[in-house]
Design a protein around this ligand. Structure first.
Ligand SMILES: NC(=O)c1ccc[n+]([C@@H]2O[C@H](COP(=O)([O-])OP(=O)(O)OC[C@H]3O[C@@H](n4cnc5c(N)ncnc54)[C@H](OP(=O)(O)O)[C@@H]3O)[C@@H](O)[C@H]2O)c1
Length: 224
């Protein structure tokens, strides 16, 4: 079965992608919370394994890379969401977002590319913020714009190797990223993580001649 590495698999969209892919793929589940990863791997079955690592630092990235021989699909899903108005952005705020939303996917992909088999894919989880402006989301939006810019270049670089690069851009999705006080009344309008995962499954299982370059999955009642 094809091997798929999913970052940020301990909750939300990453865990949902794992559930959607588990029947037809061998999964490597990556995040910091080992207990969550183990519980998910137990739920999904013995073919699947976990690597607990902090992708914000080089040791964590190295631990993931050393735990992988060959793979077919890399899903760069791990991400952090933090708010600050333009006049409140600090170096620490930027660094926290950039390490996970930009540096981790770029560095992990660079290290794993030699082990990625022809016919496979890289899926980068971006956000609807790239196309819609939300106040206080400036640094987060910039990080996802960077992710998408890099993804488009990587797509061209990998065409000769028959590796596809897909951008998955969810709108507001019902996960732990939304604090209860914010999500409250809006939660029922949000996209379900399982439905974002279905889009990821479609991208990964697309026929070899087809690339779903970018899929946006948004709340049908409008942006939140
Ligand atoms: N929910 C939304 O409305 C929404 C909308 C657009 C885009 N997105 C994007 O979707 C992706 C998944 O978000 P989500 O909503 O599913 O949020 P989530 O439930 O908070 O999931 C985030 C995942 O990233 C992992 N992660 C965070 N920091 C990490 C680190 N330093 N090292 C390793 N793993 C780390 C977390 O695992 P650990 O804490 O266990 O490490 C967790 O599994 C993100 O890229 C996010 O930007 C979400």
């Amino acid at each position: 079965m094809p091997t798929v590495l999913i970052t940020g698999a301990s909750s939300g969209i990453g865990a949902a992608i794992a559930r959607a892919l588990a029947p037809r793929h061998d999964l490597i589940l990556v995040a910091r919370r080992a207990d969550r990863l183990t519980a998910l791997a137990t739920e999904l079955g013995p073919r699947h394994r976990t690597i607990a690592a902090d992708l914000a630092d080089h040791a964590g990235l190295a631990a993931v890379v050393s735990g992988v021989a060959e793979l077919d699909v890399l899903v760069n899903n791990a991400g952090v969401f933090a708010l600050a108005n333009g006049d409140a952005i600090t170096a620490e705020h930027l660094d926290g977002l950039w390490r996970i939303n930009v540096n981790a996917p770029m560095l992990l992909t660079a290290a794993l590319l030699p082990r990625l088999r022809a016919g496979g894919s890289v899926i980068n989880v971006s956000s609807a913020v790239v196309e819609n402006a939300f106040t206080s989301c400036g640094a987060y939006t910039a990080s996802k714009c960077a992710l998408e810019g890099w993804s488009r270049v990587l797509r061209e670089e990998l065409r000769p190797r028959r590796i596809r690069v897909g951008i998955l851009a969810p709108g507001a999705t019902d996960t732990e990223v939304w604090p209860p006080e914010f999500a409250g009344a809006e939660r029922s309008r949000m996209v379900r993580a399982a439905d974002v995962a279905e889009a990821a499954r479609m991208m990964i299982e697309a026929p070899p001649a087809t690339s779903f370059d970018r899929i946006a999955v948004t709340p049908s009642s409008g942006a939140i």
